[in-house]
Ligand binder design. Structure first.
Ligand code: SAM
Ligand code: SF4
Length: 485
């Protein structure tokens, strides 16, 4: 296996060039700094006008987002939080989608300074799951009640497109009792269009690539070599995914590499450029992982851009207001109390029962081994515990995957979301998949809280749809599965 040769073949310059304007990409570092400087400590009236615009579910312009980011007054921040909560409720209702990550391989050719999987980390034990092992992992996740996975891969010829394809197929084939994985999302290195078409054919939901940092100079510093050193190959990864027909794409930034306000602006510009090229279709979700400690990775202690909890909540709220139609993902990297807080100001998806060691779901011994992990998990609670807590807070956990299987993706989804109508479909389907979970997997305590929540939520559905949902609920009790609106 000649890794150097393989690496040379990955990047297709012409698939970058077509998106550049006058040789430039859409992130103009000076312009972002300028906007952030020009809108310092804004007038409350200006801030309130922007909040009103968000409430009408319009995407904000960069200047408006820069204004919100620069608010200093604590009371005004409270208004921002409560408006973000309203926007979330308007678009998504009291619903939270859950998934689990499945790490398949930690071989990597890159040397991202912040990542435990980086090539030069000799304390990292390398492993690539065999297809049989992937099946075993999927069986465990299905038997916990999961319906959605995000599959994660390092960048390496050992986890090339053929491997990725086979692992996804293995997951879709897995059945345990009534259970199956109905949506596989993918977090993998940027690919060319021909490879992305393979992902489309195998039936993935979302393709997710985080830019890590939008700040060019920082990007160069933290990605000293390897394929990932090419900022633009990564920046346009999701434009290529759209071209390949994958119309649910997911962006993200790794917070802690550079100034958090700059990164929020970067995420907004990324959204705007996707909308511009793809008929108004922006990202399906936005992620904002914070740097977590990883074995033998000193960079994480050294960075001066660590985001504190207060600013973290602020950045989530500003993203919620800036791009009202997009899902926001909070992961188990964060501890339970932070997850609770940001759920209120805008997050719509989260993972649970998460293990990020390679093979850690099915292999109890490896579960303990930190050295197979990319970083440390902040919230190790089981899916059942997390669901119970959400239910007690009034949030209904959704395992719904109907959107993608009924063609409610891309443009179609965006139109529904922008009109604030996601909940028309999503709440009924959330209730139905939640009911399945309660029947098939929940502990008696969770079932009790869950059934109470369903009774509370049913009256919120408009009468015509409610009649169908009630009928479906009875059919689920009698053993039918996968019923959806
Ligand atoms: N190798 C592919 C890539 O880099 O895009 C995909 C897998 S990578 C393991 C997935 C994501 O993990 C990265 O995009 C990065 O944002 C995140 N990550 C890396 N190191 C991290 C750390 N120390 N703490 C939190 N997240 C981290
Ligand atoms: Fe490899 Fe991705 Fe980790 Fe970078 S972030 S070292 S590309 S696995």
């Amino acid at each position: 296996l000649n890794i150097e040769e393989w690496m040379r073949e990955v990047i297709k310059e012409d698939e970058i060039d077509r998106y550049l304007e006058k040789g430039q990409d859409f992130i103009n570092d000076e312009r972002i700094e300028e906007l952030l400087n020009a809108n310092r400590n804004p007038e409350p009236t200006k801030v309130r006008e922007i909040l009103a615009k968000s409430l009408s579910l319009e995407r904000l312009e960069p200047e408006e987002t820069a204004t919100l980011l620069n608010v200093e007054d604590e009371e005004l921040w409270e208004e921002i939080f409560s408006t973000a909560a309203l926007v979330k409720k308007k678009v998504y209702g009291d619903r939270i989608v859950t998934f689990a990550p499945l790490y398949c391989s930690n071989y990597c050719v890159n040397n991202c300074l912040y990542c435990g999987f980086r090539k030069d980390n000799d304390r990292q034990k390398r492993r690539r799951l065999t297809i049989e092992e992937v099946r075993k992992e999927a069986e465990v996740l299905v038997s916990l009640g999961h319906k959605r996975l995000i599959m994660v891969y390092g960048e390496h010829p050992l986890s090339d497109i053929d491997y990725i394809k086979s692992t996804i197929e293995a997951v879709y084939e897995t059945r345990v009792g009534n259970g199956e994985i109905r949506r596989v999302n993918v977090n993998a290195a940027p690919m060319d269009i021909s490879r992305l078409k393979v992902l489309k054919e195998v039936g993935i939901g979302t393709f997710q690539v985080f830019q890590e940092t939008y700040h060019h100079e920082t990007y160069r510093k933290v990605h000293p070599q390897g394929i990932k050193a090419n900022y633009r190959w990564r920046l346009y990864a999701l434009h290529r995914a759209q071209e390949a027909g994958i119309d649910d794409v997911a962006i993200g930034a790794l917070f802690g590499l550079y100034d958090w306000k700059f990164e929020v602006m970067g995420l907004l510009y990324h959204t705007i450029d996707l909308e511009k090229h793809f008929d108004g279709v922006g990202p399906h979700t936005i992620s904002f992982p914070r740097l977590e400690p990883a074995v033998n990775t000193p960079f994480i202690q050294e960075t001066r851009y660590k985001v504190n909890d207060r600013d973290f909540k602020r950045l989530v709220a500003v993203l919620r207001l800036s791009v009202p139609y997009t899902g926001l993902i909070i992961t188990a990297r964060e501890p339970a109390h932070i997850r609770r807080e940001v759920l209120q100001v805008g997050c719509t998806q989260t993972d649970a029962s998460t293990k990020i060691g390679i093979g850690a779901y099915s292999d109890r011994y490896q579960e303990q081994e930190l050295e197979r992990q990319q970083f440390m998990i902040g919230d190790p609670r089981s899916l059942d515990e997390v669901i119970r807590e959400f239910a007690e807070l009034g949030y209904l956990t959704s395992f719904c995957t109907a959107g993608y299987r009924c063609g409610r993706t891309g443009r179609y989804f965006m139109d529904i979301a922008k009109k604030g109508k996601v909940h028309l479909f999503c709440m009924p389907n959330a209730i139905l998949t939640f009911k399945e979970y309660l029947m098939d997997y929940a502990s008696p305590e969770t079932r009790k809280v869950g059934e109470e929540l369903i009774s509370k939520k049913l009256p919120e559905i408009e009468p015509q749809t409610r009649a169908i949902v009630e009928e479906y609920l009875q059919r689920i009790e009698k053993g039918e599965r996968d019923l959806r609106i």
